[in-house]
Ligand binder design. Structure first.
Ligand code: HEM
Length: 395
């Protein structure tokens, strides 16, 4: 029984390891071990099977249950506010407190602000001759500034919240380190929430404060929701911007498509999301009743891992899946944001950011290039969100 996860080969860091493609072909629902062989779980690698699991109510996301195949063996139970790991009906209640904040219309109104921030960061970056680290100077500050604006969190505190958010996705961090980072972010956001309840502004934290005052959500849950949003709002998109840039620089013939117009840009972003599928350690579930997936019966109590980066490279659904094709007609059907009731709440924001930022980067810097060979870049293998640690570029 192979151990999940295998590291990606140095020469092909943008592709899942080849062994998984073989597994998807020969044994699409197979047993793997996790936690250095201490647990086993089912690995579901085909696109259709992935959607069947993620869309089925018999698969629980509740990480507080002993049978749940967490990213680390000593993962502390998550509070209701971290609702990616909560089942209905509590999941429905928690998600509902935020759905209005992420409606497409509301997020689209942020596009001019995203464009301004992009312009300012690029102005600052191009003041030097380069090389610069694109992660440090652009990919990370951009979504951090945007989520700060949206939530009402002061950006001056970015080092505090970025360093703690990194621990959340680092699977080599112990449960104790995770709990410490969570506790510190929680205390920080509780202070901010308290201040917003006294002096509200036009931001998500203030509106969460209003819900606390109205008695529709507890202070504890509101604080946890804010921690979750602050973390999810920057760590994911930052990696997508940096990796998207690497991918486009490896496929320069396709850059004109990204710049061809709003519809082409939107499709190009979907293809990048599919191709990179940055949440690459798999979505985790536990069966609460017996279910047949493919031709395998998964028994109640079994852990299940759905590696969406493999589903998104399934040749039965995406033609020539390992090729980046920014004009791919069915790219939008990727599962990079998950599928079913837990599908990413922040996807309108992530899309708006990527659709503004990536074309602007290549329009402003047509000579953009890597300052280090691809194989020398340090990729984040042991983190829940795939990315590159630093990206030295010149232009
Ligand atoms: C490119 C960027 C992003 C990617 C690839 C991504 C991916 C995902 C995935 C795969 C899930 C499903 C987890 C599961 O089913 O277990 C998810 C859930 C979630 N994401 Fe994102 N995400 C991104 C950006 C964001 C942003 C910007 C925010 C918020 C500001 C956000 C907030 C959330 C939330 C709140 C959930 C939980 C939804 C639920 O359980 O109902 N994400 N995301």
């Amino acid at each position: 029984m192979p151990e999940y996860v295998l590291a990606r080969p140095k020469a092909t860091p943008l592709d899942p390891p080849l062994a998984y493609s073989r597994l998807r072909e020969e044994e699409p629902v197979s047993r793997v071990t996790i936690w250095d062989g201490r647990r086993s779980a089912w690995l579901v690698t085909r696109y259709e099977d992935a959607r069947a699991v993620l869309g089925h109510s018999a698969f629980s996301s509740d990480s507080s249950h002993a049978g749940y195949p967490s990213l680390r063996p000593d993962h502390p139970p998550m509070p209701p506010g971290f609702f990616a790991n909560v089942d209905p009906p509590l999941h429905t209640t928690m998600r509902r407190t935020l759905t209005r904040e992420f409606m497409i219309k509301k997020i689209d109104a942020l596009r001019p602000a995203i464009a301004d921030i992009t312009g300012q960061l690029l102005d600052e970056m191009t003041r030097s001759q380069g090389p610069v680290d694109l992660v440090e100077s652009f990919a990370l500050p951009l979504p951090s500034l945007v989520i700060c604006e949206l939530l009402g969190v002061p950006y001056e505190d970015h080092e505090y919240f970025q360093s703690r958010s990194k621990v959340f996705v680092d699977i080599t961090a112990t449960g104790q380190q995770f709990a410490k980072a969570w506790g510190e972010l929680n205390a920080y956001l509780l202070d901010l929430l308290t201040a917003k309840r006294k002096a509200p502004g036009d931001d998500v934290l203030s509106r969460l404060g209003e819900q606390v005052d109205a008695g529709t959500v507890t202070e504890r849950d509101a604080t946890d929701l804010a921690v979750f949003l602050l973390f999810a709002g920057h760590e994911t998109t930052a990696n997508m911007i940096a990796l998207g840039t690497v991918t486009l620089l490896q496929n320069p013939d396709q850059i004109p498509r990204l710049l061809a117009g709003p519809a082409e840009t939107a499709l190009a972003v979907e293809e990048l999301l599919r191709y990179l599928s940055i949440v690459h350690l798999g979505l985790r579930r536990r069966a609460i009743e017996d279910v047949t997936i493919g031709n395998v019966t998964i028994s109640a109590g079994d852990g299940v891992i759905v590696p969406i980066h493999l589903a998104n490279r399934d040749p039965e659904f995406f033609t020539d899946p390992d090729r980046l094709d920014l004009g791919r007609a069915n790219a939008r059907q990727h599962v990079a944001f998950g599928y079913g009731i837990h599908q990413c709440l922040g996807q309108p924001l992530a899309r708006a950011e990527l659709q503004v930022v990536l074309p602007e980067l290549f329009r402003r810097l047509p000579g953009l290039r890597l300052d280090t060979p691809l194989e020398d870049l340090a990729f984040k293998q042991a983190t829940g969100v795939y990315g590159v640690r630093a990206l030295p570029v010149t232009w």
